[in-house]
Structures are given as C-alpha cells and as structure tokens.
Design a protein around this ligand. Structure first.
Ligand SMILES: [Cu+2]
Ligand SMILES: [Zn+2]
Length: 237
C-alpha cells in the first residue's frame, strides 16, 4: 500500500510516456510538490478527520504530549511533569516545539538531560514500553528525527523553544502516536565510543514520558506566552 502511495503522485504528474503532463503551475520545487501530494494522500486516507481539521485551521497542525513521571522510578528520583507542544505549517513548514517541564532539582542544573522521540506510543509498562529511539531511516544516533538534544533546567524547570526540527507531524513518518522520553542524563550525541552511544546516546534512566497526540492551538498559544520575550520575537517573525 505504501508503495502505491509513493507511486501515485508520480503517475498523476506524468503521461503514459513518462513525460510531465500539463499540470498546474507549482510554487514549490517538483520534489516538494510530490512530497505534498504524498502527504495529502496519506493524511486523507489514513487520518481523514485530522486532514479535515488541518485544512480548517489555517493549515497549521498542533500536537501535545502530556508528560508524566516514570512510575517505575525510585522515589528519590525527580518527578517530572509538563508538556511538549508542537506546531507545524502544512505542508512545507518545519516542526517547532515548546518544552515546558517541571520537577527537576532546584537550582541551576549544569548537566544536560536528553529528550528523544521513542518508537512506541505504548506506556502500558510506563516509560519502559516506549521502545528505542524512533528510527524510520535506520541511521545512527543522534541522527534520528526525534533526537532533540540536551536540555538544562533552571529553578527546577526546563522551558525551551526549538524550531527547524527534522521530526514531522505529516506523512508516513509522523511522530503522532509515538512517545517522548525525558532522560536522567546527558545525551553523548553519538560520541561515547560504544554501541549504545550510536543507539541512544547513553542518556540513562527514563525519568518521564508521554504519547504525542493531535491538539488544537490553545495550549500552544498559552505556553508560548511563557517563553521569554526575546525568543517569542524570533518565533513570530
Ligand atoms: Cu530516549
Ligand atoms: Zn536517537
């Protein structure tokens, strides 16, 4: 079926000799146009309601991940809660994210905490059933689309905006339905010279996790107000 999805836009664009047919003028490159058609098809077939909602909301998709502490953790570990919010303009926009997390030790924490998208949206065994890093292209860490890097808490909180992320809410590699894991330790970004470094960055225990789901724009608008003004400016331009 996926093969069909990839081939279909190509068939629409070409006549029987494989020569481009007389199509509507494109405002993006042909490759991006094909990518849009694949995403359109994929969304409308598999997620018809999401697609409809997307078109009704200025072609911008929002998603949320409500972070809960790992229930398997020892009681002395930080109990991290909060949200990771996503926003992405359809179809060519890059993913933006707001990380708003609380429950880290108070004071400025000089050691980073890794945050990643993991493969499964299954938290039946708390964060342990989320699987490894979401790795649709079979590449090494830290080149997975959901390798968000290291985050530093201040006053027990991580409040961070990131843009231009390679993960996406659209198409066959959407992160909707996958999970996010907040780790206890720093991500070694693949420089740990062992096998685990190229799989997960040796980021240690899973402090907290959540499943990514679609949302309306309200929460993004609210949390966005918590981002320092300087950064907000950068977001809106
Ligand atoms: Cu991880
Ligand atoms: Zn990774």
């Amino acid at each position: 079926m996926f093969l069909l999805l990839f081939l279909a836009p190509g068939l629409i664009l070409c006549d029987s000799d494989g020569i481009p047919a007389d199509v509507q003028p494109l405002d993006q490159s042909p490759l991006e146009d094909i990518q849009k058609k694949v995403n359109d098809l994929w969304l409308s077939l598999l997620y018809p309601q999401f697609y409809e909602e997307l078109l009704a909301t200025n072609q911008t998709a929002y998603a949320v991940c409500v972070v809960k502490p790992n229930t398997k953790l020892d009681a002395d570990k930080p109990q991290v809660t909060g949200h990771v919010l996503f926003k992405q303009a359809y179809p060519y926009g890059k993913l933006e994210a707001v990380f708003y997390l609380d429950g880290f030790p108070a004071g400025t924490n000089l050691s980073g905490r890794a945050i990643h998208v993991h493969q499964h949206g299954d938290l039946s065994d708390s964060c342990d059933s989320a699987g490894g890093h979401y790795n649709p292209f079979k590449v090494n860490h830290p080149k997975h689309p959901g390798d968000f890097g290291n985050f530093y808490s201040k006053g027990g909180k991580i409040i961070k905006y990131k843009s231009n992320l390679t993960a996406t809410l659209f198409g066959p590699h959407t992160i909707i339905g996958r999970s996010i894991v907040i780790h206890e330790q720093e991500d070694d970004l693949g420089k740990g010279s062992n096998k685990a470094s190229l799989e997960n960055g040796n980021a240690g225990k899973r402090l907290a996790c959540c499943v990514i789901g679609t949302s309306n724009k309200n929460q993004w608008a609210n949390q966005f107000a918590e981002i320092p003004a300087k950064r907000r400016k950068r977001i809106t331009k």
